[in-house]
Design a binder for this molecule. Structure first.
Ligand SMILES: [Zn+2]
Ligand SMILES: [Zn+2]
Ligand SMILES: [Zn+2]
Ligand SMILES: [Zn+2]
Length: 324
């Protein structure tokens, strides 16, 4: 890490940020100002032409890692501030002036932070809430407006966004199969089922009840045993996911396995759901038995259904004409 070039406050970046906010988000600009006027005392010495709020933001931004600083905020004898995480990393030397850091807390800045109220960082995505500085981070970790991560499991895809955006992303960039309707009948065929290590997997998206659901099917090693697993994830929040149920069925040769469950939200990562075994798990021997033939090829037919849970006493009953 090259920390020699870092200054405590980077004013040119600040100007750019401020202009961006000004032109593109004029409505939210007012939220960026601290709501309590006495804070202005702290920032009188700032560079002319920069909005006060920007300066306060910059003061509270760790000059080393650029994250927002939370108590304890440290400073060197010359007044350069840094966050507690960075303090443990810089071996007691101020990254700006190389002075020994000691154990000085910047109480003034901690006080400034305490009096600030700021909008949730997802305000452009629709979150209307404003928070005291120190509880903002907590909220943002669980904010309902925070973007979703791409649910595609085949690679580490870094794309995130809202549900309509992710649906087009899955269709256009991952070429995922899209289906309408609340029932499905899928055949998974694999010519060399012994190769579980390559994590065979598939994703299909279903559109019903005005919502999107991801059906995952994959092979993995469960302890020593190779298994196949199918499960459904809901493209939305966990609270909404609970309004739906689904069933999966797989079989052959007069036997069948069924699974009934609640789809997991895509807030839970694909791996997390898989590792919690929250879905239909088929041992490979059983899967090959279901496949029929000479057991050399995997040919699984997975049927399933998604339904909406009723809010009234009919909970769990599927009303067929609700299915689009
Ligand atoms: Zn830092
Ligand atoms: Zn210093
Ligand atoms: Zn929020
Ligand atoms: Zn993606």
């Amino acid at each position: 890490m090259d920390i020699d070039n870092i200054e405590c406050v980077s004013s040119s970046d600040g100007i750019e940020d401020d202009e961006i906010h000004h032109h593109h988000h004029p409505v939210n600009q007012r939220h960026l100002y601290p709501l309590k006027t006495h804070n202005k005392n702290i920032i009188i010495g700032s560079v002319p032409g920069i909005a006060p709020a920007t300066s306060v933001h910059e003061l509270l931004e760790c000059p080393v890692c650029t994250n927002s600083m939370y108590p304890p905020i440290h400073q060197c004898p010359n007044g350069h501030t840094l966050c507690s995480t960075c303090k443990t990393r810089v071996h007691n030397r101020c990254p700006t002036c190389r002075q020994e850091l000691g154990d000085i807390r910047c109480l003034a800045l901690e006080k400034v932070a305490e009096s600030l109220e700021l909008p949730c960082k997802y305000y452009t995505l629709g979150c209307p809430d404003i928070f005291p500085y120190y509880s903002k981070l907590k909220h943002e970790a669980v904010c309902n407006f925070r973007p979703y991560s791409c649910p595609y499991a085949g690679s580490e895809c870094a794309v995130n966004g809202d549900i309509p955006f992710l649906v087009s992303h899955l269709r256009d960039d991952h070429k995922v199969d899209m289906h309408s309707g609340c029932t499905f009948n899928h055949r998974y065929v694999k010519s060399n089922p012994r190769e579980v290590e390559n994590a065979t997997w598939m994703l299909t998206v279903f559109h019903c009840f005005g919502q999107y659901f991801c059906l995952h099917f994959e092979a993995f090693q469960l302890g020593m045993a190779p298994v196949y697993m199918a499960f459904l994830r809901f493209m939305g929040d966990e609270a909404d996911a609970r309004n739906y149920s689904y069933s999966l069925e797989v079989g052959g040769n007069g036997r069948k396995l069924t699974w009934e469950g609640t789809p997991r939200s895509i807030r839970d990562s694909h791996r997390k759901v898989r590792d919690s075994h929250d879905g239909l798990i088929i041992q490979r021997n059983m899967a090959l038995f279901f496949s029929g033939g000479d057991r050399k090829e995997l040919k699984l037919r997975v049927t399933g259904r998604i339904w909406k849970e009723q809010q009234n006493s009919d909970a769990g009953v599927c009303i067929p004409n609700l299915c689009s």
